[in-house]
Design a protein around this ligand. Structure first.
Ligand SMILES: *Cc1c(COP(=O)(O)O)cnc(C)c1O
Length: 224
C-alpha cells in the first residue's frame, strides 16, 4: 500500500515535471494538501513529510481538525476550500488562514468584521464558476470584477486571487479563462498573485495554464 509520504513524493514529482514543461520555477506552485474526510493523524503524516498547507471543505470538520492539531498550529496554514454559509463566517474568521470560496460580498463583509484583531488579515480568493459547473458554486465571470474591487477594499481581508473547480473533461479552456480573468483584474490595479486551480486529475493542465496553487486530495491521501 502506498504511504502518504510516497504519494507526496509522487505529487511533487508531477508538479516539478509540469513546471519544467511550462518553463516555470517549481517554487511558483504551492501544493495544498486537501485533507477533507481524513484524520488528524493523516495530516500529521503529511506534515512529517514536509507539507505545511492543508485544505478542508467542511467548516466543522476543519475546526475539529485544527483543534486536534493545535500543537502544529503555528506551522500549518489552514485553507477553507468548501462552501461557506453566513452562519459559519465567525468561526472561519477566527480559525482559518485562507478562504478560497468567497462568492458573495455579504460573506466577505462578515469575514472582514469578524476577523480577530490579533490575527493577520484573512487571505481570500473569489470562487469563479468558470465552466458553468453543475454544482453552480462560484460567481459568474461577468460579476467577478465588481466583487473583486469591493472585496479588495475590506481592510481585514487580503484578496489574493481567483479559484475554480473546472468541470472534468473540459480540457484547458476553463483554466485559461480563469487566468485571463486574473490578468484582467491585475490590469485594473488589483495586486493579485494567486490562481487556485488544479486537483489530482488536472494539476498538469492547471500548471501549464498558470496555476500558482494546486489543491490535491486523492493523489495524496487516497480515495474518499
Ligand atoms: C476535494 C477537493 C479538492 C481535491 O480533489 P482531488 O480530486 O481529491 O484531488 C480540491 N478542491 C476542492 C474545492 C475540493 O472540494
Amino acid at each position: 500500500m502506498a504511504t502518504i509520504a510516497s504519494n507526496i513524493q509522487q505529487v511533487r514529482g508531477r508538479i516539478a515535471k509540469a513546471c519544467a514543461a511550462a518553463q516555470r520555477p517549481v517554487q511558483s506552485v504551492t501544493l495544498l494538501s486537501v485533507s477533507k474526510t481524513f484524520s488528524p493523524e493523516a495530516v500529521r503524516e503529511a506534515f512529517a513529510a514536509g507539507e505545511r498547507c492543508f485544505g478542508e471543505n467542511y467548516v466543522q470538520e476543519g475546526i475539529d481538525k485544527i483543534a486536534a492539531l493545535a500543537d502544529l498550529r503555528a506551522q500549518i496554514e489552514w485553507h477553507l476550500i468548501g462552501p461557506l454559509q453566513s452562519n459559519k463566517t465567525r468561526i472561519v474568521a477566527e480559525h482559518f488562514d485562507w478562504v478560497h470560496s468567497v462568492e458573495r460580498l455579504k460573506i466577505a463583509e462578515r469575514l472582514n468584521e469578524q476577523r480577530p484583531a490579533h490575527l493577520p488579515p484573512l487571505q481570500v480568493c473569489l470562487q469563479v464558476n468558470i465552466s458553468g459547473e453543475a454544482s453552480k458554486s462560484g460567481v459568474a465571470p461577468a460579476e467577478v470584477p465588481a466583487l473583486a474591487h469591493a472585496v479588495a477594499a475590506l481592510p481585514r481581508l487580503r484578496l489574493r486571487g481567483l479559484m475554480a473547480i473546472p468541470e472534468p473533461g473540459t480540457g484547458s479552456a476553463p483554466h485559461r479563462a480563469l487566468r485571463a480573468l486574473l490578468t484582467r483584474l491585475q490590469g485594473e490595479g488589483l495586486a493579485l498573485d494567486t490562481l487556485s486551480m488544479g486537483m489530482s486529475a488536472d494539476l498538469e493542465t492547471a500548471i501549464a495554464e498558470g496555476a500558482t496553487l494546486v489543491r490535491v486530495g486523492t493523489a495524496i491521501f487516497g480515495d474518499r
